[in-house]
Write a protein that binds this ligand. Sequence first.
Ligand SMILES: Nc1ncnc2c1ncn2[C@@H]1O[C@H](COP(=O)(O)OP(=O)(O)OP(=O)(O)O)[C@@H](O)[C@H]1O
Length: 284
Amino acid sequence: MMNALEITNLTKEYKDFKLDKVSLKLPSGCIMGLIGENGAGKSTMIKLIMDAIKRDSGEIIILGKDNRSDDFKLTKEDIGIVLDDIGFPEIITAKQLNAIMKMTYQNWEEETYFRYIARFSLPEKKPIKDYSRGMKMKLAIAAAMSHRARLLILDEATSGLDPIVRDEILDIFLEFTRKEEHSILISSHIVSDLEKLCDYIAFLHKGKLIFCEEKDRLLETYVMLHCKKTELNALQLSAVKGKRENSYGVDALVERKKVPRGMNVENASIEDIILFMVKGVDKQ
Ligand SMILES: Nc1ncnc2c1ncn2[C@@H]1O[C@H](COP(=O)(O)OP(=O)(O)OP(=O)(O)O)[C@@H](O)[C@H]1O
């Protein structure tokens, strides 16, 4: 299977921040969620993927093309992008945006665009500057999905949206990947959205990729253990990924395989896995 995105040893350093040798692969047809706290480096990574900022080192292959090759411009047609700052001229309307996009993208599909505009209940004749944040996001998503992209890259695209619209958009994304060999990379703070949507979860923390793993595998590998401190200490050290003490003992994220039978474990959520891994990593 081809990879929609392959990142190898991607490094970018700012004065107080370093995106540090990030490597990951997004297989075609899959959805990858990029999770990380504020300032973890998600937007930096997405800008580097689009070659909008200069990397220090590393390699990025998108849809089989090096993103620094001369003909990457052509590949950009195949990428639908939604950034936090949507980047459309604010004085124009959704209808006028259609005319601009028609000239920008060879594969622009007017009908698809207006279908999304209607589906998202966006006013066609209102200047974008008078849209709410959620409406702007919806417009950007409509545009990104209307030029026959094979890869969607979304940076915090669902965070300003109400739960009902978010849910609808998650369905649209699922539809998008089900149809053909379409792939999505989506960053979000809303872990529950990503848990619902994604096949892969990539977790970025302080510029380092803590893991990039199939969601089902994560949920299979880790469990939450509730026990006494002495019981936890009796486990092998490598079993424990992170822990939190409470008045009864400890809650810990542990490897399922390494927990003896009979102990009090329950399934971990992606949110548990992330929160507890951060505790484990920050301790080292
Ligand atoms: N042009 C720049 N010059 C200096 N530092 C920068 C620049 N752009 C980003 N940074 C720093 O890089 C770090 C990562 O920022 P980035 O925007 O990638 O985080 P993020 O994970 O997208 O965060 P958020 O969830 O808050 O959007 C931050 O510490 C930020 O201050």
